[in-house]
Write a protein that binds this ligand. Sequence first.
Ligand SMILES: *Cc1c(COP(=O)(O)O)cnc(C)c1O
Length: 375
Amino acid sequence: MKKIQMVDLQGQYQKIKDVVDTSIQEVLNSSAYINGPYVKEFQADLEKYLNVKHVIPCANGTDALQIAMMGLGLQPGDEVITVDFTFAATVEVIGLLKLTPILVDVELDTYNIDIEALKKAITPKTKAIVPVHLFGQCANMEAILTIAKEHNLFVIEDNAQAIGADYTFTDGTKKKAGTMGHVGTTSFFPSKNLGCYGDGGAIFTNDDELAHTLRGMVNHGMYKRYYHDVVGVNSRLDSVQAAVLKTKLPLLDNYCEARRKAASYYSNSFANNSSIVTPVISDFTTHVFHQYTFRVTNGKRNELHKHLLDNGIPNAIYYPVPLHAQKAYQDDRYNEEDFKITNQLIDEVISLPMHTELDEEQLVFITTTVSEFLK
Ligand SMILES: *Cc1c(COP(=O)(O)O)cnc(C)c1O
């Protein structure tokens, strides 16, 4: 059996090596290392794929969130609501901009933002909501957008983990994850569903004016060369990464399908195990399984983690510490009672190997090892 990896970037690269290498070589030959043609071509391809008016490429997913918040004009002291259960980048940029993060609990079944908790957290100072489409499925955007409209709030979708997922509204309208709020952001970190071979990110919006603001902000606040109208940052997607992304974008749907296939294999194998709660997919969204994360309900999560490692099966706890309990983000206002679900998930979740190259032999070995341990 091939050695099992949490993410098999090498295996995926080998299958597309020729096209990727050619595109990288073209960039090297062109010497247009920054803002070369591939950046614009990838931008246009992604706009088409997402059916969104504007894609603004930038250096990484964390910058994308930060620049989105800057572009919306959020000011120090403005409250921004996001989830307690996510990667820290989401709350980090809120803090960095001296906005006030308001962390709320998530749902036990989808691990995404709890709508009742969101409603409760709104105050006169609230300016924005940052739903995170965690592990590859969309948060309840219809409810979030309704609440946002009622309270005049911006919605910034952190779509680092769900690029390619489809959302269906009650009236039948379909939209791509990241294109439903005022602005959406993503990351092209190598292990993300659409990953490059370094850092990369992008911001999406259908708002022409906001897109214009953001395009200047990623480039030192310049709208005309050497004229700085606003304080910006230096956050660019480089041409080599754009070349990689342009070659990989046409494969994204196949990649998502391969992940879904591995996920259904896992879920089918665990269906009758009373110690396992497999991922629950909401009706309004597809799941692109950035992670396959399930709950262990018999208290043996940590033992399973170790047992799998001992058997050569990489696995991870995403996430081991809730954000409200992190040193950098502690706040006297927080009350443990408000984070019941996150606190429970921190103890119960475990993520199995998930990537596009898992084969049947590996899936059989992983599922048998898990099932025999959690009999
Ligand atoms: C990966 C990730 C980010 C940050 O992306 P980088 O490109 O690593 O900066 C932000 N939010 C979430 C939910 C992520 O998973």
